[in-house]
Ligand binder design. Structure first.
Ligand SMILES: *Cc1c(COP(=O)(O)O)cnc(C)c1O
Length: 354
């Protein structure tokens, strides 16, 4: 081979890229590492899939995803012009980063949070201002002072991987005073006590993003959306790929929205299981952060990395984040009650409590 000279922009060469959670092939494992739902998608999704005419795949999808946006508009009480559809909500985050960040317009986000945000800033050649959360993962004093030079502030609420819900009043204060876009990533809002969707009516600088990957059991489908002022949506529509949401994704996302009862049942089951798991882990001496999501962030009474590796040897996959702030914890996705029973059984063996 000839010697290789890089043609990449230096910021691409100098970054590592995002590391997604493992998607194991082969041997069955209890998979609690990427916050997917343990339940299948709504029965209506299966029906829509079965009735899909495969010849239609010859055609491009609706570039505006109008049907599914209209349904989301009806469901949320906004207009179609306030909604943009994405190829998963990661697509929404990418579009927003490209719209609002560059070398002279930094992004701001908390630490720890979803590690995709700084990666997206890096890809865009934008500085990322990391604002440390407090010891118990709450918003620190005066985050706006630290974020003052940013043009885009991305906040996951509930936060990931910590699972806690920042106070609504603090969120509102940030939205009202920040001199730039506040993107509130509500990937887990369906599992939480409240959400910030109503801020869109009050603040023209707020974008709310949501996903079908967690609460709607459709991570493989890739569908997410954002709600914002129509001027913001107009601009983001210019930036998106023309056909960013596949035809099948549009159709099945719509079918999922129609099955309201099934959705409510699945979310309720996950919340019940979450409360039971939190209590059981605390009984075993774990520090468990109060969760408003479909996972718990928990510090085991033994070394967290060894606990993670031992679970893996026993075919239970959870997520471990080696960074300084998170290395004492594991993140455990809420599975079925049966999966949680198995997790607790193995955990008792590992910490020597049986
Ligand atoms: C899972 C997740 C997303 C992205 O989900 P998509 O599958 O891309 O819709 C976005 N933000 C956070 C905080 C998440 O945990």
């Amino acid at each position: 081979m000839n010697s290789y000279i890089s043609y990449f922009r230096p910021e691409i060469d100098n970054m590592t890229g995002y590391t997604p959670g493992e998607q194991p092939k082969g041997t069955p494992v209890i998979k609690l590492n990427t916050n997917e739902s343990p339940y299948p998608p709504a029965p209506g999704v299966q029906k829509a899939l079965a009735s899909f005419q495969y010849e239609r795949l010859r055609l491009y999808p609706d570039p505006l995803a109008l049907e599914v946006r209209a349904e989301i508009a009806a469901m949320t009480g906004f207009s179609v012009n306030n909604i943009i559809a994405g190829n998963g909500s990661d697509d929404i985050l990418t579009i927003a980063t490209r719209c609002f960040s560059d070398a002279r317009r930094p992004m701001a986000c908390f630490e720890p949070t979803y590690s995709l945000y700084p990666t997206l800033a890096g890809l865009q050649g934008a500085p990322c201002i990391r604002i440390q959360l407090s010891e118990d993962f709450e918003i620190p004093e005066d985050p706006l002072r630290q974020a003052r030079n940013a043009n885009l502030f991305i906040i996951a609420r509930p936060n990931a991987p910590t699972g806690n819900l920042f106070p609504r009043e603090k969120m509102e204060e940030i939205c009202a005073k920040f001199n730039g876009i506040v993107l509130i990533d509500e990937a887990y809002a369906d599992f939480s006590r409240d959400n910030c969707l109503d801020f869109v009516r009050k603040y023209p600088n707020v974008i709310i993003s949501r996903t079908f990957s967690k609460s709607r059991s459709l991570a493989g489908l890739r569908f997410g959306f954002a709600v914002a002022h129509e001027k913001i949506i107009d601009g983001m529509m210019k930036m998106k790929d023309s056909y960013n949401v596949p035809m099948l994704t549009q159709k099945l996302a719509l079918a999922s929205l129609w099955d309201r009862g099934y959705f409510d049942t699945c979310v309720a089951k996950v919340k019940t299981t979450r409360e039971a798991l939190t209590l059981a882990l605390r009984d075993l001496g774990f520090r468990v952060i109060h969760s408003d999501t479909n996972f718990v962030f928990a510090a085991p009474p033994i070394d967290a990395k060894n606990y993670f590796l031992d679970l893996k040897r026993r075919n239970i996959l959870v997520r471990y984040f080696p960074a300084a702030r998170t290395c004492g914890f594991v993140r455990i996705t809420i599975g079925t009650p049966e999966e949680m029973t198995e997790l607790l059984k193995v955990t008792k063996e590992l910490i020597g409590k049986n």
